[in-house]
Design a protein around this ligand. Structure first.
Ligand code: PLP
Length: 455
């Protein structure tokens, strides 16, 4: 039995069964009923423990955490403060504030060419706060349809009166939404209220990069009153894009035009936490209004020391080499896939696809996130084939990505090897070839049955 057949059978056999409780307290019966909804749709999340396999999945893209490099830098940072107090002992507004976090925020802000910063416990908390704090009543939020779930959660709590989405990375659609707001609402036309634009720099599930320069130009054309402001989520570009990984806004020289940037620490930096960078007004607003900062314990010293260690690393020439190596690896993957004759056939058969307009050759930056699109549910089969060969990558489905856009999300890392990438290509191609054979067989038997019925 091939890996393909084995996992096809396994996936069918693994479908979780409904387990609605007949007896017991109402509370648990109702909860199990809700979980059954997920079980029925095959969407029950379970926590998996990644085995020690080849990593084409984690967000540790520069391999700073998994290689132990960050651990060494972290120990060095800790050694400078032998008497450190582990816990922050309170909210930032009470006992949780200290010189270390204040200085670190300043350092991070300056690294990203901003004046001020505020550290949050996570990027999720930061996004929820940003959309709660900054759009005021009568303001509008205009957002890319693919922005992260944390932004949607933030927008649920927002005071903005109007929310409009535009098609992913589509400047024409963006312009049309802005124009409609301009033409229909006097408060925006007159410059009295603000339109806040939400975008990511590198999109987490697609690896696409926002056309930020064009978006800024369009915003200023439609609103010469200059009342459009941007919040850019730099989660996947931090440590990756621009000089020393300062992010997309710095790479494009747009620091003076983008009001707020979010630099999370859980991706390229290899630790956790996040910093919002902007100017003094932005910082003061967050300190005064962000519930995700006020009503929570401030980050502990080890968390902050890890963030500082990670910034020390990404500033180094050594990390610049790690970024370049990662670029070489991603390009190698695309080249191997595009050059393989079976890829073209599988693509034409609608079995497999990769970002097509990528034109990676000659491009200064190629995203480390690569979606491998398949037909519905095939992404589970493909991922299972990878996992069978000890390569870790996960299938991604709705609602994380739009309906009918299931994929295996590949993430490349500096410490992946060329051999591992060649192996990965081989698994993908072999799966596609077997899938094509299987489909051919099925068509053959279907045709035989129809003929038999006709006779
Ligand atoms: C685009 C984007 N923004 C925000 C977040 C949340 O960041 P964190 O993991 O630090 O909570 C993520 C993480 O998945 C992300 O991909």
């Amino acid at each position: 039995m091939s890996a393909f057949e084995m996992f096809h059978d396994m996936i069918v056999a693994q479908k979780p069964k409904a387990r609605t409780l007949k007896n017991g307290p109402t509370f648990y019966r109702n909860l199990e009923r809700r979980l059954d909804n997920r079980r029925k749709k095959d969407r029950l999340y379970v926590l998996k423990t990644p085995r020690n396999v080849v990593d084409f999945s984690s967000n540790d893209v520069l391999s700073l955490s998994t290689s132990g490099l960050l651990r060494m830098a972290f120990y060095e940072e800790l050694a400078k403060y032998p008497k450190f107090v582990v816990g922050s002992c309170g909210s930032r507004l009470l006992d949780g504030n200290n010189t270390y976090i204040n200085n670190l925020e300043k350092e991070i802000a300056q690294f990203h060419n901003a004046t001020d910063g505020v550290i949050f416990s996570s990027g999720y908390d930061a996004n929820v706060s940003l959309f709660e704090v900054f759009p005021g009543p009568k303001d509008a939020i205009v957002y890319d349809e693919l922005v992260h779930a944390s932004i949607h959660d933030g927008m649920r709590n927002t005071k903005a009166t109007i929310r409009r989405s535009f098609s992913h990375n589509n400047v024409d659609s963006f312009r049309a939404v802005l124009q409609e707001l301009h033409d229909s609402e006097e408060v925006f036309r007159s410059g009295e209220r603000t339109v806040i634009v939400s975008t990511e720099s590198i999109y987490s599930m697609d690896g696409t990069i926002a056309p930020l320069t064009e978006m800024v130009r369009v915003a200023d054309e439609v609103f010469p009153t200059r009342n459009v402001e941007f919040i850019v989520d730099e989660a996947h570009s931090t440590g990756m894009l621009g000089k020393n990984g300062r992010g997309l806004v710095c790479a494009l020289g747009l620091e003076d035009r983008i009001a707020i940037r979010l630099h999370t620490c859980g991706k390229g930096l290899g630790c956790n936490g996040a910093t919002v960078v902007g100017n003094e007004t932005i910082r003061t607003m967050l300190i005064n209004y962000a519930h995700g900062l006020i009503y929570t314990t401030a980050p502990s010293f080890p968390t902050l020391a890890a963030i500082r260690a990670a910034y020390t690393l990404i500033r180094s020439d050594f990390c610049e080499e790690r970024r370049l190596r990662l670029q070489t690896l991603v390009r190698h993957f695309y080249r191997k896939m595009f050059d393989h004759p079976s890829f073209t056939i599988a693509k034409e058969a609608g079995i497999l696809d990769l970002p097509s307009g990528l034109n990676f050759e000659g491009k200064e930056f190629v995203s480390q996130i690569v979606p491998v699109w398949t037909r519905n549910e095939d992404n589970h089969q493909l991922a299972a084939n990878m996992q069978y060969a000890d390569y870790n990558a996960w299938p991604i489905d709705f609602p994380v990505v739009p309906r009918d856009q299931g994929r295996v999300r590949l993430v490349f890392h500096t410490d992946n090897t060329i051999d591992e990438i060649d192996g990965l290509v081989e698994i993908i191609i072999q799966w596609a070839e077997e899938k094509m054979e299987y489909m051919k067989d099925r068509t053959h038997w279907k045709r035989q049955l129809i003929l038999k019925e006709k006779l």
